[in-house]
Design a protein around this ligand. Structure first.
Ligand code: PHE
Length: 455
């Protein structure tokens, strides 16, 4: 059988929709607000923004470049540069760019499942007339139910496999063309509503007035992890999307566009959530439960209109999740179908089956298997459930390690003539700044952060 043909985005704009779709996800709307709240607001936001500019944008450019230059999925891409003494290492990085997104998908699908459960629940009125404390116990009930968690996870993996199986143009492009504008409209409605009825001034101060005494090494670490996750770095998604870019498109412009939109949505999500949270006087630093426990209380207090906003909000989360899960599945499926002997649809289904199997264990680590601590004998993994181990390894350790190694690869191993051509900036000041960041600042910065997380 002949290997599948390598497709291309219809335009630079569809690429942007897809790449922003990948970047904008649960990381922005669910995670960003509660991490900001837990880390004291403005100081965290400031450091986060700095990391996006200094590390995020240069790495986005590097990953897009590897994809576009090779026109191949991640592993084949890393192999295709060849000729380096460290080629074995670069091949291993290629593998890691396939496996990390699969790891992320196992727990991301479970959380995406929560959003589906909540969208439905809001729609049918499960959260109407909540009594005190009921919201927290409803969230706990969901986590305690293996059947519900597995059902919703299965659905979210099924949707993802269905879209990716159809290929770039009829699957991914069509999906992002519908979901991204919808997502944007819903977000704007929610922000407008929240800033009119809620405490906008306090939210603004909370997010943008940094208390410099709060800046600690831990805060920098949290901000870096959040930035990598939110920008979809170190995980194959950006690299594989880059491989579908045609030559006429400017990589620096696209990278800046993705970073800008992703950061904008994270901040907007803050402005959709904090004003109402502050106005209703609920605890804003309530951790991962912030949107699942706190917001239903708020929507409930608003009366009838709250139910509509509730449905909209959780649909927004679900849409954002789906445009991210497809980008997490794409690297492996593209690799198997373009470089292996599998038809795309078959590759997608096989990957889905593997994900589902691991996903069951991840889902169960919220309940039946919550006392199972694999690798618990190692200090680094102490107390971590199956989900905790997979999340820590994929989203913390290997994502950062991938970013670190790719910056070294692009800065030191890839021929300068190739990077010069791909960036399309000529030998300008901008190119030199980027090159300097990729060669020195990114590896040292990420290396330092990595050292802190793992060692
Ligand atoms: N960026 C996505 C989010 O913020 C998650 C993601 C990570 C997607 C890595 C693709 C690759 O939710």
């Amino acid at each position: 059988m002949q290997a599948a043909k390598h497709e291309h985005w219809s335009s630079g704009f569809t690429f942007l929709l897809a790449a922003v779709g990948s970047a904008v996800g649960l990381g922005n709307i669910w995670r960003f607000p509660y991490v900001v709240a837990e880390n004291g607001g403005g100081a965290f936001v400031l450091i986060y923004l700095a990391i996006v500019v200094i590390i995020g944008i240069p790495l986005l450019m590097s990953e897009l470049m590897i994809g576009r230059s090779s026109q191949k999925p991640p592993l084949a891409a890393m192999q295709s540069f060849g000729g380096s003494k460290a080629q074995k290492l670069w091949n291993a990085v290629g593998w890691s760019y396939l496996l990390v997104p699969m790891g992320i998908l196992t727990f991301y699908s479970v959380v995406a499942g929560w959003t589906l459960d909540y969208a439905l629940g809001m729609g049918i009125g499960t959260f109407n007339n909540l009594e005190d404390g009921a919201s927290a116990s409803m969230f706990q009930e969901l986590l305690a139910s293996p059947v519900k968690l597995i059902f919703w996870m299965t659905l979210s993996i099924g949707i993802t496999v269905g879209i990716v199986a159809r290929g770039l143009k009829s699957g991914l492009e069509q999906t992002v063309k519908i979901l991204m504008p919808a997502l944007f409209v819903i977000l704007v409605i929610l922000v407008l509503y929240a800033s009119i009825t809620g405490d906008f001034a306090r939210s603004f101060a909370f997010m943008f007035e940094p208390d410099f005494s709060k800046i600690t090494p831990e805060l920098v670490l949290m901000a870096a992890g959040q930035a990598f996750f939110s920008l979809s770095l170190g995980s194959g998604a950006i690299m594989v999307y880059g491989s579908y870019l045609t030559r006429d498109i400017s990589i620096p412009k696209m990278a800046v566009g993705v970073a800008f939109a992703d950061t904008g949505v994270a901040l907007l999500a803050g402005f959709a959530i904090f004003p109402i949270v502050f106005a209703f006087g609920v605890d804003h630093a309530s951790g991962p439960g912030l949107v699942f426990v706190t917001l239903p209380i708020v929507f409930n207090d608003m009366g009838g209109i709250g139910q509509i906003f509730g449905v909209l909000f959780f649909m927004l989360l679900a849409f954002a999740a789906i445009t991210s899960t497809i980008s997490l599945l794409e690297p492996m499926v593209a690799q198997l179908s373009e470089e292996g002997r599998f038809k795309r649809a078959r590759a997608a289904v096989y990957c889905g089956a593997v994900l589902w199997t691991v996903g069951v264990f991840v889902a169960l680590s919220n309940n039946i298997l919550k006392d199972v601590h694999p690798l618990g004998f190692l200090p680094l993994f102490e107390g971590k459930t199956i989900e905790g181990v997979i999340e820590f390894l994929s989203a913390n350790v290997f994502m950062l390690l991938n970013g670190l190694l790719v910056s070294i690869f692009v800065g030191w191993s890839v021929k300068r003539s190739v990077t010069l051509e791909e960036m399309g900036l000529g030998d300008s000041m901008l190119f030199k700044i980027w090159f300097l960041l990729v060669r020195f600042v990114v590896p040292l910065g990420v290396g330092f952060i990595f050292y802190d997380v793992v060692l």
